[in-house]
Design a protein around this ligand. Structure first.
Ligand code: NPW
Ligand code: ADP
Ligand code: K
Length: 494
């Protein structure tokens, strides 16, 4: 499991460690790890050209000490000092005594000279700001970030890409055509991951993230990302003497005469979710379509261990009655799509008899659910702070919330948050959400908690998306559905 901690937690853990270690130890550990990664990326250090972008804090100090290590191994290292009066004094002295160069931003001709150095660099180290950053890049860093983006150098962010909000992954809007954050190929982060490295848009700026252990011992994380082994531990496997009812029965209320496909896709995915049986509840014509595609489905209401409701049910009176009937059953329930639009109308009170709920909105549906809590928001606002909004929704509806999108974030009502590390933009295809609903619903019926079902469902769905879009070919939701067994195999190593 990968864990991420907030800036506040990192600062506290850093202070506790600094109190018992000689001054400068942590920065030396950080710089040593950073230099090793950079040396690996350069291949041959001797004769290479390295440019350091150095801001006014310790993030710049890390870059300067790492640059000094590379200079000692024969690299030509130039430090561009963006706040010349406040550059880390010890780091600058170390770089100079190792034979490195520095160019202050207030020197005559700085912009042109800096751009020439960046254009000729093999590697650029971004030490402008780290966890002390606030807001996007300022001049002259923003101009340099643009030059870095156009150069051919490998870009290594120190701790996190400058301009990315460490706690949320938010990146401020572009100002006057200049980037507000630096885009890295590799981010070398210290002590623990920062949430902004794992959640878009920040994650997209971070590239490959490498963690350097500097001895920090932070408390429980604010964000978790599961890996194969975590998922394999949670997935249901049939006991030797089980039967189909003991494995769990899912009731699925999806599709309408207008949208029958949602029911066919969701039932298809549910059949690969580890439950023992599936009951389809809905209009007769849709039930016939479901049966034609999946003859193993039982059509009609009956006893179930969990319900999934919402994809393609529409939002009229009939749909409202279907949702009410499901919620009256007092079993765990997954609500998606049209079900969320209807739920937002009545607000959290509609879930009061539900023993456990999983809501799976995309950003647009999240806006509606927030309105149901009396909170105004926008789609772009939700996408810029996925963690914050997923948390607010989970607390407001007393439910687990799986917020879909380019990064999927899962928040539970106790405040725990997960980010899903699998997936591909090819999943942005009609019906792919219906597949996620069927799959996660079946996991819920098989006995996983709403949060476990969300974490495992999103993980397998993302992996199936990868398999379906193998070698970059566009895939349909039906392809994702067909790839689900492959995703289980990959996780369980079978
Ligand atoms: N924690 C740990 O365990 C360890 C941490 N370590 C390292 O320390 C780093 C944190 O260092 P830090 O606290 O000095 O802050 P840092 O990120 O360098 O930036 C603060 C400076 O930036 C400035 N500034 C702010 N926003 C800006 C903007 N948008 N654009 C431009 N400038 C901006 C701000 O100036 P001001 O806003 O006051 O003008 C302030 O002076 C951390 O990320 C890691 O690399 C490791 O060495 C070892 C272990
Ligand atoms: N850019 C993206 N990158 C990765 N996954 C994405 C992206 N956009 C959407 N997805 C995923 O695709 C699925 C789309 O679901 P949804 O929005 O409900 O679509 P639909 O209603 O068409 O089925 C979700 O699992 C979501 O997380
Ligand atoms: K940085």
């Amino acid at each position: 499991m990968r864990e991420a901690h907030s800036v506040e937690q990192v600062r506290a853990a850093e202070a506790a460690l600094m109190a018992v270690l000689p001054e400068g130890t942590l920065m030396q550990r950080a710089a040593a790890g950073l230099a090793v990664t950079c040396a690996g990326l350069l291949g041959r250090v001797y004769g290479s050209r390295v440019v350091l972008l150095v801001g006014s804090g310790d993030n710049g100090g890390d870059a300067l000490y790492a640059g000094a290590r590379l200079a000692r191994r024969g690299a030509r290292v130039d430090a561009l000092l963006l706040s010349p009066q406040r550059a880390h004094a010890g780091g600058l002295a170390a770089l100079r005594s190792a034979g490195g160069w520095s160019l202050p931003a207030d020197a005559p001709g700085f912009p042109a000279a800096a751009q020439r150095l960046v254009a000729a660099a093999d590697l650029v180290m971004d030490g402008i700001v780290g966890i002390g950053g606030r807001g996007g890049l300022r001049a002259p860093a923003a101009e340099l970030a643009q030059a870095v983006g156009q150069a051919g150098a490998v870009v290594v962010a120190v701790d996190l890409p400058s301009g990315v909000d460490a706690d949320t992954g938010a990146v401020p809007a572009v100002v006057e055509g200049l980037p507000s954050a630096l885009s890295a190929d590799v981010t070398v982060t210290f002590g623990t991951h920062k949430p902004g490295l794992l959640v878009d848009p920040g994650a997209a700026y971070a590239g490959v993230v490498e963690l350097v252990d500097i001895g920090l011992e932070p408390p429980a994380p604010v964000l978790r990302a599961a890996q194969h082994a975590d998922i394999a531990r949670l997935l249901p496997r049939p006991a030797r003497e089980t039967d189909k009812y003991a494995r769990g029965v899912l009731g699925l209320a999806a599709g309408s005469e207008r949208y029958p496909g949602a029911a066919v896709l969701a039932t298809g995915a549910a059949l690969h979710g580890g439950a023992g049986a599936l009951r389809y509840v809905g209009p007769r014509a849709v039930g016939d379509a479901v049966l034609a595609a999946h003859p193993e489905v039982m059509v009609g209401a009956g006893r179930v261990q969990a319900y999934a409701v919402g994809p393609g049910i529409d939002t009229g009176e009939e749909a409202r009655e279907r949702l009410a009937a499901v919620l009256a059953d007092e079993v765990p329930v997954l609500v998606d799509a049209d079900g969320l639009t209807l739920l937002a109308e009545s607000g959290p009170k509609a879930l009061r008899n539900t023993p456990g709920a999983l809501l799976t909105p995309h950003a647009g549906e999240a806006v509606r659910l927030l309105a149901g809590l009396g909170e105004e928001s926008t789609r772009a606002g939700v996408e810029a702070d996925r963690i914050g909004y997923a948390r607010r929704l989970a607390a407001g509806y007393a439910a687990t919330v799986l917020l879909k999108g380019s990064t999927t974030v899962i928040a539970d009502p106790r405040g725990e948050v997960w980010v899903n590390p699998t997936g591909t933009p090819y999943l942005a295809t009609a019906g792919s959400g219906d597949v996620l609903t069927g799959l996660s619903g079946a996991l819920l019926a098989a006995g996983l908690s709403p949060t476990e079902a969300a974490v495992c469902g999103a993980y397998l769905h993302g992996l199936a998306g990868h398999l379906a879009a193998d070698e970059g070919a566009p895939c349909s939701a039906s392809d994702v559905l067909r790839a689900l067994p492959g995703a289980w195999h990959e996780v369980c190593g079978a």
